[in-house]
Design a protein around this ligand. Structure first.
Ligand code: F6P
Length: 470
């Protein structure tokens, strides 16, 4: 069987993990031969050309260092100040400095140069996320003939947002160098197809047109999942139970509403706190009997927009405290710190409401983890943004428009008042979906489709995209 080579910006580390990607892929590689490749987390003036290998919790991990300038242009710059906001339809929060593209390209080239000598001809390469869109092009330019797949963990943007990205034509061409492109949700495949099939490129500036040929690239939705059975076990593990007891002591009779998110503007945290404020304002009977816990580990905090989101959230939480707190009652707790999976599983199990309301999200694994951790006899209710990829597979959640804080406040009330039979029915359907879409099935379905000799499926699109090039 071919080895699997996973490539991502971050490689797995030790300690609590905030994002879902590392959690999901660690499991894939612990069960198959191969290695993981990515950035070491170190910045040096003159990075070695060759990767160095480390055994991290039984995983073989090849890593390279980056220069400070390249890392800034590639990670904080092009990836997280241009691609991330544009793909999340937040052009207002994008900072377009087109020279960052050169650093982004340089780092992708550096990845390819260090990875190529490590490859065997039949290795299957699985590249992850928007940091590494050009990697297949770079590898192919150096002679790699391997099967290469790409998985986008964030949403695919609409045509207008894609047009706002400098060098978007080249990024589309880069996608056409993969054998398989996987997306989180059907809506992402539809946005990609709409762009690739119908959007004519700009013809300003005397650019000539060139065809991008997607006929050898399969594009399909592979909704990622978690490991709901593992979360079920963790939620009653000693560490999970310890957290449950600790919280029960703190909460007394109050019912817990829980949010767990990286501190990111795409997660809709200020809107969420506003919705909670409206819940308390509209339902005086709930004051003193509910408590919102928002866990929000800081993320990408060298970027101004992230600092501003953090400040906004501080102010929002302060406002709600000022409005509703009493000497012996606090309406919310806001924790800017990451917790390990066992503690989170305990928190999920205790929470009567899982509040997952991103403004736009690729999938959102917190929704899956919340479902997995529930007590089947007395499950909580998932309040879920209809703009998370998870909404496509969890229609039995209370789906809300996170921009409409009145609607979210009302969904919170409905969730808190929901009779046990309905909670059980909804949760059972959610748990079935979480099991069906678990991380093992996700990885297996992507890797089966990427395997050498696999037959193209009905989802395959033959697309010729006409790009204008300078
Ligand atoms: O899910 C999107 C993603 O960018 C992942 O690739 C990453 O693991 C996670 O968010 C955390 O982001 P960062 O690596 O920028 O801290």
């Amino acid at each position: 069987m071919s080895r699997i080579v996973i490539v991502s910006n971050r490689t797995p580390g030790k300690g609590p993990v905030a994002g879902g990607l590392a959690v999901a892929l660690r499991k894939v590689l612990s069960e198959r031969e191969g290695f993981w490749f990515g950035w070491s987390g170190k910045l040096t003036e003159q990075p070695a050309r060759e990767a160095r290998f480390e055994d991290i919790d039984g995983l073989q991990v090849g890593q390279i260092d980056l220069t400070r300038d390249d890392h800034h242009a590639y990670y904080a710059g092009f990836s997280n100040s241009i691609l991330w906001p544009s793909f999340h339809l937040r052009l207002d929060l994008a900072t377009i400095e087109s020279h960052w593209y050169e650093g982004y390209r340089r780092v992708n080239h550096q990845f390819a140069r260090a990875l190529l000598p490590l490859l065997k001809p039949d290795d299957v390469i699985w590249v992850h996320d928007y940091h590494l869109i050009p990697l297949a092009s770079e590898l192919r330019a150096l002679g790699a003939r391997n099967r290469i797949g790409f998985y986008l963990h964030i949403p695919f943007p609409t045509a207008d947002a894609l047009y706002a990205i400098p060098h978007h034509e080249e990024l589309m061409r880069d996608l056409s160098r993969y054998d398989l492109v996987g997306m989180q949700a059907r809506r992402d495949v539809a946005a990609f197809t709409e762009f690739a099939e119908h959007q004519m490129p700009s013809t300003f500036g005397g650019h000539r047109s060139e065809t991008i040929d997607f006929s050898r690239t399969e594009v399909d939705a592979f909704p990622i999942g978690s490991d709901p059975d593992a979360f079920a076990r963790l939620s009653v593990s000693p560490a999970g139970t310890k957290m449950v007891h600790r919280m029960k002591r703190a909460l007394g009779d109050q019912r817990l509403i829980l949010g767990v998110d990286r501190l990111d503007y795409s997660k809709g945290l200020p809107q969420r706190v506003e919705a909670y404020e409206k819940l308390l304002a509209n339902n005086a009977r709930l004051r003193r009997s509910v408590h919102l816990l928002q866990v929000a580990p800081p993320s990408r905090d060298s970027i101004k927009e992230y600092q501003e989101t953090s400040d906004t959230l501080d102010a929002m939480c302060g406002r709600v405290m000022g409005h509703f707190a009493e000497p012996d009652w606090q309406p919310l707790t806001y924790v800017k710190r990451a917790y390990g999976q066992p503690s989170l599983a305990g928190l999920y199990r205790l929470a009567k409401v899982g509040l997952v309301t991103p403004l736009r999200d690729g999938m959102n694994l917190v929704a899956h983890e919340y479902v997995g951790s529930q007590n089947p006899a007395d499950p909580g209710v998932l309040v879920l943004s209809r703009f998370a990829g998870a909404a496509e597979i969890f229609p039995e959640a209370l789906l809300v428009n996170p921009f409409d804080t009145d609607e979210t406040a009302e969904a919170l009330r409905i969730a808190l008042d929901m009779p046990i039979e309905e909670r059980q029915q909804r949760w059972q359907a959610l748990m079935n979906a979480a099991k069906h879409h678990n991380v093992d099935n996700w990885a297996a379905s992507f890797l089966d489709r990427l395997a050498p000799g696999s037959m193209p499926q009905s989802g395959t699109r033959d697309i010729l995209y006409l790009a204008s090039v300078a």
